[in-house]
Ligand binder design. Structure first.
Ligand SMILES: *Cc1c(COP(=O)(O)O)cnc(C)c1O
Length: 373
């Protein structure tokens, strides 16, 4: 395979190590990072990121699906792999075969898992107010019932915060209420003689905004990759994070448009004078949002240039009139640095009205993923 061929992702593993270090400084003693490497490690490449983190001393991981977990196990991830979402009963056998840890989605799900004929490790999801997965924190009877099922080994109990990124008083109050409900479940389990389990409730923002919380794991995703979800977010913790991912492509060819010439699908762009256009070999199937048509920018030879016309599935157009020496084969930076300039993933997110998590996790599987040197 050609490295840095048509379009690719460069991963800066030094920055990944830096982020791990920074986040470990923020975490309370005894709290371990359980990296969220679902959705192909937020587009970065789950196997590359997972094995690199394992070499850095991280043991346990979480993902969203059983297939993601199996891929990591087969790639040599040895520690606990927690599946945060739904696994179909058809795949319960794989939970057993690959020593995976399943989230208990609700009481009925636990009963079904208990009846599958295998001994399965699980973490009980507790709903403390997000109303997504988990057993209601008030329903101790069901929680205790699940913990006592004979074919399920409960190795953890966890919840999820839904407004820990917010800085309003209401958000802070709600978050602390969620933590209180979670702690009350833990206390009740202890009082009932159930003590051998790990606890976790924080994601990235739970750690960055509530560093004082003390649980066994923190399920950190976006912060580990060195970016925040929104460009306007502020955080409480003193942590300097560095982006791990750059997204790059190549100029395929260069052409001249004369006044009145239009370009691309729908001929949505018309040149008002003579311009020089470069066709770049990356498109929306690679994860560049089509919404950036006529709005986004890229870097070429250290110069910021606009995306013009409609973004295609496999290509896009840029106006390179200001880049005198632009030529076919040139490297184009969509996320990352070129010369003195940098485009952050959050710029793409802002321009396409979403969060960096979505931009990164949708980066396509046609992209090569390689370590930057
Ligand atoms: C994705 C996910 C995380 C990680 O969230 P970040 O905000 O990216 O750190 C943590 N917990 C659960 C349940 C998740 O689904």
């Amino acid at each position: 395979m050609y490295k840095k061929g048509r379009a690719w992702i460069e991963l800066n593993m030094k920055n990944l190590a830096h982020n791990v270090e920074q986040l470990q400084l923020v975490l309370s003693d005894g709290c371990e990072i359980m990296p969220a490497i679902k959705a192909n490690a937020y587009g970065h490449g789950a196997v590359l990121i997972g094995t690199t983190l394992q070499e850095m001393g991280i043991r346990d991981f979480c993902v969203a699906t059983v297939n993601e977990a199996v891929e990591l196990r087969e790639a040599g991830i040895k520690g606990q792999i927690l599946i945060l979402g739904y696994t179909s009963p058809y795949q319960f056998e794989e939970l057993h075969r690959y020593r995976l840890t399943q989230t208990i989605v609700d009481l009925d799900y636990a009963k079904m898992l208990n009846d599958c004929g295998y001994q399965i490790n699980a973490h009980v999801g507790i709903d403390t107010g997000m109303h997504r997965l988990g057993i209601n924190s008030e329903d101790m009877e069901s929680i205790l019932y699940v913990c006592r099922l004979s074919n399920i080994k409960i190795t953890g109990v966890f919840s999820h915060l839904c407004v820990s990124d917010g800085s309003s008083e209401e958000d802070k109050e709600y978050t602390l209420k969620q933590v209180k409900k979670f702690n009350s479940v833990i206390n009740n389990l202890h009082l009932s003689g159930i003590k051998e389990f790990k606890t976790h409730i924080q994601g990235s923002y739970g750690v960055l905004n509530y560093p004082e919380l003390q649980f066994d794991y923190a399920r950190i995703g976006i912060a580990l990759y060195g970016v925040l979800s929104n460009s306007l977010d502020t955080i409480e913790a003193e942590a300097s994070l560095k982006p791990v991912l750059s997204l790059k492509s190549r100029v395929e060819c260069i052409k001249v448009l004369y006044e009145g010439d239009a370009l691309g699908y729908g001929l949505s762009y018309t040149a008002h004078n003579e311009i020089k256009v470069a066709v770049v070999s990356i498109g929306y199937a690679d994860g560049v949002p089509r919404e950036l048509s006529g709005i986004g920018h890229v870097l070429l030879r250290g110069i910021k240039v606009p995306i013009i016309g409609r973004i295609c599935m496999d290509q896009l157009f840029i106006d390179v009139t200001t880049v005198h020496d632009a030529k076919a084969g040139d490297e184009v930076v969509l996320i990352g640095k070129s010369g003195q300039l940098e485009i952050a993933a959050s710029e793409l997110a802002d321009d396409s009205h979403t969060i960096t998590n979505e931009i990164l996790s949708r980066l396509g599987n046609r992209l090569e993923r390689i370590e930057a040197n």
